[in-house]
Design a binder for this molecule. Structure first.
Ligand code: PNW
Length: 459
């Protein structure tokens, strides 16, 4: 009874990230990351939660892979923890850290699940942060060295490699407004970090290619920025500014080898961009085969003198008002607007033709109440709200495909409930429920629904 079919070979999968699920924070020589430090700093993460144990996936990966197989996943996107591979961020490689990903990749391949590797999902080795982290240009070079080491070990079995996950979050939340690790609050540092993250991507992409990687890409979280009033010139100008700071500052150097002039002018009012050296933009624009798109919610803005601006958008104070989200919200307080995904995919495909896209994250947190997002008396987790969210967004993705967007796959965020960064364990994004006291996994009804979608290749 399927009405909406997806293209043949459409990649159906799920995603996670190392610090959010692995636990085993000191096992087998893993060094500390900025998230270990940050989560231990009082007041930074909800209730002082840390990733020390998380979902204990490091020890339970085989069972987790069996669950993925049961759901029929074609692909699984996970990240490699840099501090497991190089405990000090540079210098000797720790073979025991690589061994874990080796076992994980083999377990996935045994079950016919395609591994999609993310090399950096925010867990920077603390020793590199002690030397400035992403504000230090050398971090970009260290990242390429690390990427080479991981590829040397897994490259014979992993075809799809992405460098960074959401550099916007790393730079703006990590160095700009301090909501994420390392918790710095310095707008100039945020822009410096943007550039070094992009440079790190470019250097790593080149190294991966040189090592023979099949598919090389990056995952971004572009914003669908909308005007409060499309007929207001001030609101449209605010969209342009926020779009520049969120989207074009990443997409233009990545795919057109140049930062946009208007964005550079805005940055120069906050910090002189001397960190951009001749030739950098060329390095950043190393050819990619795949652009990963993470989408959750749209952003509505108005142009308003005296507007509060957004702490995550340096220089928007006094000019932009970010509208409070309206309508039904997820447990993150995020709007539910599937049409935003269609708009975003279409816009990127139009502005940057020829780059295959994949939704590398999409999903929702909903409150953990018995029977809704936690097991009820019968052991069921009936998350109808999540099914509705995923259904709406898959329809939106399908709409983009039917308008000509080259969308290769969709990965739900997340495979299982996990450590939701500054929100700790209180926000649950999983299609598999995790009981953190027993580490018991319970597939929610959304997981069963997704299993059906995959088996029918459609809705
Ligand atoms: C993404 N924001 O993070 C990450 O890639 C995941 O690790 C995370 O669990 C997921 O989305 C859900 O949050 C984001 O404040 C965190 O706009 C914060 C924001 C966006 C994305």
């Amino acid at each position: 009874m399927s009405t909406l079919r997806f293209p043949e070979n459409f990649v159906w999968g799920a995603a996670t990230a190392a610090y959010q699920i692995e636990g085993a924070a000191t096992d087998d020589g893993r060094g500390p990351s900025i998230w270990d430090t940050f989560s231990r700093t009082p007041g930074r993460v909800h209730h002082g939660h840390t990733g020390d144990v998380a979902c204990d996936h490091y020890h339970r990966y085989a069972d987790d892979v069996a669950l993925m197989a049961e759901l029929g996943l074609k692909a699984y996107r996970f990240s490699v923890a840099w501090p497991r591979i190089q405990p000090d961020g540079s210098g000797p490689v720790n073979p025991r850290g690589l061994d874990f990903y080796d076992r994980l990749v083999d377990a996935l391949l045994d079950r016919g699940i395609d591994p999609i590797v993310t090399l950096y999902h925010w867990d920077l080795p603390q020793s590199l942060q002690d030397r400035g982290g992403w504000t230090n240009r050398e971090t970009a070079e260290h990242f390429a060295t690390y990427a080479t080491a991981v590829h040397a070990r897994l490259g014979d079995r992993v075809g799809t490699w992405t460098t960074l996950n959401e550099p916007w979050c790393s730079a703006y939340l990590g160095y700009g407004n301090g909501v994420h690790a390392p918790g710095e609050r310095d707008p100039g540092a945020a822009f410096t970090a943007v550039h070094h993250l992009l440079l790190g991507h470019g250097l790593a992409a080149r190294a991966l290619r040189a090592g023979g990687a099949d598919t090389v890409g990056i995952t971004v979280n572009p914003a669908d920025v909308r005007p409060a009033d499309p007929d207001s010139a001030a609101d449209v100008a605010a969209v342009r500014l926020v779009d520049g700071l969120h989207n074009r500052i990443f997409l233009d150097p990545l795919l057109r080898a140049a930062y946009p002039e208007d964005v550079l002018e805005h940055v120069a009012r906050i910090i002189e961009p001397t960190f951009v050296r001749d030739g950098d933009e060329k390095l950043i624009a190393a050819p990619i085969d795949l652009l990963g798109i993470n989408y959750y919610a749209p952003t509505y803005v108005a142009g308003r003198p005296g507007g509060a601006g957004g702490s995550a958008y340096p220089g928007t104070e006094g000019a932009v008002e970010f509208l409070p989200p309206t309508g039904p919200l997820t447990d993150m307080g995020w709007m539910i607007e599937p049409a935003g995904l269609t708009r975003l995919l279409e816009r990127i495909a139009t502005d940057h033709p020829g780059v295959p896209l994949m939704v590398t994250e999409n999903g929702a947190a909903f409150p953990d109440k018995a029977g809704a997002d936690a097991p009820d008396g019968a052991g069921q987790v009936v998350d109808a709200d999540r099914i509705a969210y995923l259904d709406g967004h898959l329809r939106a993705a399908h709409e983009a495909i039917s308008r000509g967007v080259d969308l290769r796959g969709y990965l739900v965020w997340s495979l299982m409930d996990n450590f939701e960064w500054a929100e700790g364990y209180r926000r649950r994004f999983g299609i598999i429920h995790v009981d953190y006291l027993t580490q018991r996994r319970t597939p929610k009804s959304s997981a069963r629904w997704y299993q059906e979608v995959i088996s029918r290749n459609g809705l």
